[in-house]
Design a protein around this ligand. Structure first.
Ligand SMILES: [Zn+2]
Length: 465
C-alpha cells in the first residue's frame, strides 16, 4: 500500500507532456488541411473564371466570325465587280481595234470566268468551336463545368482569294488589250499619215495651196504625234487625228474628182458631144493591156471611135508600151486594180495597194493618171468606194454585160450588144478575148446605124455620181 511519493511525483508531469504533443500535431494537421483546402478552392475558383472567360471569348469571336467572313467576301466581290465592269468596257471599246484575236479572246474568257464566279451564290463554312469541360479534382467537392460548343463561321465559298485571283486575271488580260489597242491606233495613224502625204503630193499642182492647207496641217499634226512614239499618244487621240486626216483627204479628192468630171463634160460639149441630148454609148474594155490590144486600137482608130480601158496594173507594168498606145489613141485609161482580186475581201491596206500601184504604173506608162476605177467582178462596197475616193478614183460599174467572156463568139457578142443596147449604155467588153476584138467593128457599125454617139464612159449621164 505504501507508495513512493517520489515515484508518483515523477510520473505525472511525464504523462502531461505527451498529451500536449499530440495536440500540437493535430492542430498542425488541421491547419495544414485548412491551408490545402483554401489553396484548392482558390484554384477551382480561378479555373471556373477562366472557363467562363474562355466561353465568353469563343462566343464573342463566333458572333463576329460571320460578319468578318461576309466583309471579306463582299470586299473582294466589290473589287471583282469593279474590275469586270471596267474590263467589259475595255473589251467593247476595242472591237475591231486589236489585230490579234487571241488578245481579246483571252480577256473575254477571263471575264466569263470572273462573272461566273461573281454570280455564284455564296455559302459560308460553319465550324464548331469547343471549350473543353473542366473537372474539380476534389474528392470532397466533386464538380464539373461541362464542355461548351459554339457555332462559328470560317470563310466562304467562293473564297475571297478566288475572287481576288479572278480579278487579277481580268486585270492582266485587260491591260494586254489596252496595250494592243494603243499600238493598233498608233499604226492606224501612221498609215493615215502616209496616205495623207500621198494625197498631198498627188493633189499638189492640181488644186491651190490654200485648198490643201487643212490636209497639210493634219499631216503635220499627225507627224508630231507619231514622233512622240506609241506610248506617248493616247489611242483615242490617235484615232481622232487619223479620222481628221482621212476625212480631209476624202473631201479634197471628192471636190477634185467633181472638178475633173465637170471639166471633161465641158470639154466634150465644146467638141459637140453632150449626152444629155445625144444618144450616147460607151464601149469599155477590161483586163488589158494584152498584145491583141494593139489590134483593137487599130480598129478603133480606123473607126474613129473613143473607148475606155480599165487596165490591170500588173499588165501595164508588163506592157507599158501598149498602155501608152491606148492613151495616145485618145482613149480613157482607167484603173481595174493591180491583180484582179475581189476588193471587198481585202483589208484597207491591201485595197489601197491594189489601187495605188496601178495608179502609179498607168501614170508612169502613159503620163495620164486614172480617175475611174472599175472594181474586178463589180465587187464593191462602201468601204472600197471610200478607199477609192481617197486614192483619187470614182467607181464605175457597167450597165450592159456583153457576156463576151462566156460566149467567146464574135457573132454572138455583136448580137448581144445590138439587141440590148440603149441610150446611155455602158458596155462591158474584154480585149483579152480575140473574139471580142473580132466583134468590135460590127458593134461600132451597128451603133452608128442607130445614131448612137460613142463616148468615153465618164461622159455618160450619171456616171461617177
Ligand atoms: Zn476584170
Amino acid at each position: 500500500m505504501s507508495t513512493s511519493p517520489g515515484s508518483s511525483a515523477e510520473h505525472t508531469p511525464q504523462r502531461g507532456r505527451g498529451v500536449r504533443w499530440w495536440w500540437v500535431v493535430l492542430v498542425v494537421l488541421v491547419l495544414a488541411a485548412v491551408a490545402v483546402g483554401t489553396v484548392e478552392h482558390r484554384a477551382w475558383v480561378r479555373a471556373v473564371a477562366e472557363h467562363e472567360a474562355e466561353v465568353a471569348r469563343v462566343t464573342e469571336e463566333a458572333a463576329a466570325s460571320q460578319a468578318r467572313a461576309e466583309d471579306a467576301y463582299t470586299s473582294s466581290l466589290d473589287d471583282l465587280d469593279r474590275t469586270t465592269e471596267e474590263a467589259r468596257s475595255v473589251l467593247a471599246a476595242s472591237e475591231d481595234q486589236v489585230p490579234d484575236p487571241d488578245v481579246r479572246d483571252t480577256l473575254a474568257t477571263a471575264l466569263d470566268d470572273a462573272e461566273e464566279l461573281r454570280d455564284t451564290e455564296v455559302t459560308y463554312q460553319e465550324v464548331t468551336r469547343t471549350v473543353d469541360e473542366v473537372t474539380r479534382p476534389n474528392p470532397f467537392h466533386p464538380e464539373t463545368l461541362p464542355a461548351v460548343q459554339v457555332e462559328a463561321v470560317d470563310g466562304s465559298d467562293p473564297a475571297p482569294a478566288d475572287l481576288d485571283a479572278a480579278a487579277t486575271d481580268v486585270d492582266e488580260a485587260s491591260a494586254a488589250v489596252v496595250e494592243a489597242r494603243r499600238q493598233w491606233a498608233y499604226d492606224e495613224l501612221q498609215a493615215a499619215a502616209v496616205e495623207g502625204r500621198d494625197a498631198l503630193s498627188d493633189l499638189d499642182g492640181q488644186v491651190g495651196a490654200g485648198t490643201l492647207r487643212p490636209l497639210d496641217e493634219a499631216v503635220t499634226e499627225a507627224g508630231a504625234a507619231l514622233d512622240a512614239g506609241p506610248d506617248a499618244v493616247d489611242p483615242d487621240e490617235a484615232l481622232s487625228l487619223r479620222d481628221t486626216l482621212l476625212e480631209t483627204s476624202e473631201a479634197l479628192w471628192s471636190d477634185r474628182l467633181a472638178d475633173i468630171r465637170t471639166g471633161r463634160l465641158a470639154a466634150a460639149r465644146d467638141d459637140g458631144v453632150d449626152c444629155r441630148v445625144d444618144r450616147c454609148v460607151a464601149l469599155t474594155f477590161d483586163d488589158g493591156p494584152v498584145a491583141d490590144t494593139r489590134r483593137l486600137l487599130r480598129i478603133l482608130e480606123r473607126k474613129d471611135a473613143p473607148a475606155t480601158f480599165f487596165l490591170l496594173g500588173e499588165s501595164v507594168a508588163a506592157r507599158p508600151g501598149i498602155a501608152r498606145a491606148v492613151a495616145d489613141g485618145g482613149h480613157l485609161v482607167a484603173n481595174h486594180s493591180w491583180s484582179h482580186p475581189q476588193l471587198t475581201t481585202l483589208d484597207d491596206a491591201e485595197v489601197r495597194d491594189e489601187l495605188r500601184r496601178t495608179q502609179d504604173a498607168v501614170t508612169d506608162a502613159t503620163g495620164s493618171t486614172p480617175f475611174l476605177l472599175r472594181p474586178p467582178y463589180g465587187d464593191v462596197d462602201g468601204r472600197v468606194r471610200t478607199l477609192a475616193t481617197r486614192t483619187g478614183l470614182d467607181v464605175v460599174l457597167w450597165s450592159l454585160d456583153s457576156d463576151d467572156w462566156r460566149t467567146r463568139d464574135a457573132q454572138q457578142i455583136r448580137r448581144d450588144v445590138r439587141d440590148r443596147v440603149k441610150d446611155g449604155s455602158n458596155v462591158l467588153l474584154h480585149d483579152i478575148h480575140p473574139t471580142t476584138v473580132d466583134a468590135v467593128p460590127k458593134i461600132i457599125d451597128d451603133l452608128r446605124d442607130e445614131d448612137y454617139v460613142l463616148v468615153t464612159v465618164d461622159l455618160l449621164v450619171g456616171t461617177g455620181s
